[in-house]
Design a protein. Structure first.
Length: 328
């Protein structure tokens, strides 16, 4: 996937740009007096942080073997912020997981005083991304909404949840570059952010995808998959991990291609999950995210991809500097 213009890319990296997340996400609301304690046993991060005042919390819902059923963000909504939603927690997840997760959570509702509702049609989510996003939000004339810090690009940003009927009005008031799908994907890959359907699915253990610091609590107590997380942590590492690859110019790999060590060309040690054909952060060379076996994931390791043996070098994630924008 290749971007058509660098305008949106540069705006997101150095100023601010917007993206419309509305069609990509599913939203479930969890309300009722027991919502915090009930969710504490459902998700991989510590929901008490929301109870103590945090506005947004990233987490996963895991199966008993620690594999990812979905990644999600938990967003606190207070009375008066959004019409028809009162003191609830929004579960923001990939839209393809909404029905599956809704059914799963509903099965775990037994005696708790909790109400679970699908509110996807009621809300839109627009996101300002970039180092100047906070200043830009101050200039917007916003009505009922919920604003939370949310970084989808590696450059920082905010998600704005509004009633669906306000979506077009807000879009027309954002006189800044828009990020098309290809640019969003490039920014995500450069930032090393895993995405459901690419790096995340039910074959992936959460700790393999570098989610330890952002999505996983090992100290909060029991939740589905917690025992596996603790066991891996005590062992020190997973057998494989999410890794960055930089390719030679014009050697663009394909998603799904197998990776082989240069010295052991018959040994499969990894698989490519996401590809950007040209990365400004890496001198416009092709880059990729891949799961690579631990012993072959050290920086500067040389690997070959696919039958054509495209040459790649392993680099640390993210590809960008999170403090200075794109790498020099």
């Amino acid at each position: 996937m290749k971007i058509q213009s660098l305008e949106g890319y540069r705006a997101a990296r150095y100023y601010t740009a917007w993206m419309d997340r509305t069609e990509q996400i599913g939203l479930l609301s969890v309300s009722g007096p027991d919502r915090f304690s009930w969710l504490q046993g459902m998700v991989s991060n510590d929901v008490r942080l929301l109870e103590q005042g945090a506005k947004r919390l990233q987490a996963c819902i895991l199966n008993p073997t620690g594999h990812v059923l979905t990644d999600l963000a938990l967003v606190a909504v207070a009375n008066g912020q959004l019409p028809a939603l009162h003191d609830c927690i929004l579960l923001d997840m990939p839209r393809e997981n909404r029905e599956k997760i809704g059914r799963l959570l509903d099965r775990f509702l037994i005696t708790e005083d909790v109400e679970l509702n699908d509110v996807t049609p009621q809300l839109a989510c627009l996101s300002l991304q970039g180092p100047a996003a906070a200043q830009r939000i101050q200039q917007l004339n916003l009505g009922p909404c919920v604003i939370v810090e949310a970084d989808h690009t590696g450059s920082g940003g905010f998600d704005i949840y509004v009633p669906t009927e306000m979506r077009d009005t807000l879009l027309h008031s954002l006189h800044i570059p828009v990020l098309d799908e290809a640019t969003v994907e490039l920014l995500r890959i450069e930032a090393g952010i895993p995405k459901y359907g690419a790096e995340l699915d039910e074959s992936v253990i959460a700790l393999e995808a570098n989610l330890r610091q952002t999505h996983i609590s090992l100290s909060k107590g029991c939740y589905v998959g917690q025992e596996i997380m603790a066991r891996i942590e005590s062992r020190g590492h997973t057998n494989r991990g999410l890794t960055g690859l930089v390719f030679s110019p014009n050697q663009i790999p394909d998603i799904g291609e197998t990776l082989y060590p240069v010295q052991e060309p018959a040994r499969e040690v990894g698989r490519i999950t996401s590809v950007a054909a040209s990365s400004p952060a890496m001198d416009n060379r092709p880059i990729a995210l891949a799961f690579v076996r631990h012993e072959f994931a050290q920086p500067n390791t040389l690997l070959h991809a696919g039958a054509s043996r495209k040459e790649a070098v392993v680099v640390p994630l993210p590809f960008i500097s999170t403090t200075q924008g794109t790498s020099e």
